[in-house]
Design a protein around this ligand. Structure first.
Ligand code: NI
Length: 203
C-alpha cells in the first residue's frame, strides 16, 4: 500500500494515486488493523490533543484504521489513544456482536473534538468492557442522556443528543480522551466480573 499517495473518494474506498499510473487506478485498498494499547500503556492515561484539521487525509486514514481495528475486536466504540494516537477522535458504533449481544444497531458515528454540553441528572448502572482492558467487565454508573457538540470528518460542527447505551458508549470513549478508563468510574471493585461470567449471564 502506498500510504503517502492514497486519495480518498468515499469512507470505504480509496482511489489509488500511486506515482506509477498517470491516470490513477481505482483499486480498493484495505484499512489497517492497528495494535490496541493495553491498560498500563501511558498513552491511555494522557490527555488527547485537539484535531486542527478534521477533514485531512491523515485523520481519515486514522479513522478508517480505527474502524477496522474496532470491528475486528468486536468493539462498539474505539478512541484514537487506544491505537496510540493521542488525538481527540473516537468512534461510537453500537451494534449487536458477540461481546455485546444486546447492543442497539446504529451507523458508526465519527466524533472529532467533542464537548459534553449537558448530562442528565439521572444515572444508571450498566455493564461496560474495554478493548484496552480485556477479560473483565464492570457495572459503571453513567448519566442516562447527554447533549454533545463535536466536529464531523467534513469539519462541520454538529450538536446531538444520545441516550441509553449509545450515551454510555459516547461517555466511555470521551473518557479515553481524558486519560480515564471505566475502572475509574466504578462505585466499588465489587462491580467487576470476568468476561466469562458476563458471557454466561448474557446467554
Ligand atoms: Ni474503552
Amino acid at each position: 500500500m502506498y500510504a503517502g499517495f492514497r486519495r480518498r473518494r468515499s469512507p470505504f474506498e480509496w482511489v489509488c494515486a500511486c506515482p506509477y499510473l498517470s491516470t490513477g487506478c481505482t483499486e480498493i485498498t484495505m484499512a489497517q488493523v492497528r495494535q490496541i494499547a493495553q491498560l498500563g500503556q501511558p498513552v491511555l492515561r494522557g490527555v488527547a490533543s485537539r484535531v486542527s484539521l478534521p477533514a485531512s487525509d491523515e485523520v481519515r486514514t486514522l479513522v478508517d484504521d480505527m474502524l477496522a481495528t474496532m470491528r475486528e475486536a468486536n468493539g462498539v466504540g474505539i478512541a484514537a489513544p487506544q491505537v496510540f494516537e493521542p488525538l481527540a477522535v473516537f468512534i461510537v458504533a453500537s451494534r449487536p456482536n458477540p461481546r455485546y449481544p444486546n447492543a442497539p444497531l446504529m451507523e458508526p458515528e465519527v466524533v472529532v473534538n467533542p464537548e459534553v454540553m449537558e448530562q442528565a441528572e439521572a444515572v444508571e448502572k450498566g455493564w461496560e468492557g474495554c478493548l484496552s482492558i480485556p477479560g473483565i467487565r464492570g457495572e459503571v454508573p453513567r448519566p442516562t442522556q447527554v447533549r454533545v457538540r463535536y466536529q464531523t470528518l467534513e469539519g462541520a460542527t454538529v450538536e446531538k443528543e444520545f441516550d441509553g447505551f449509545v450515551a454510555r458508549v459516547f461517555l466511555h470513549e470521551n473518557d479515553h480522551l481524558h486519560g480515564i478508563v471505566f475502572l475509574d468510574r466504578l462505585e466499588t471493585t465489587r462491580d467487576i466480573i470476568t468476561e466469562k461470567e458476563f458471557q454466561a449471564r448474557m446467554a
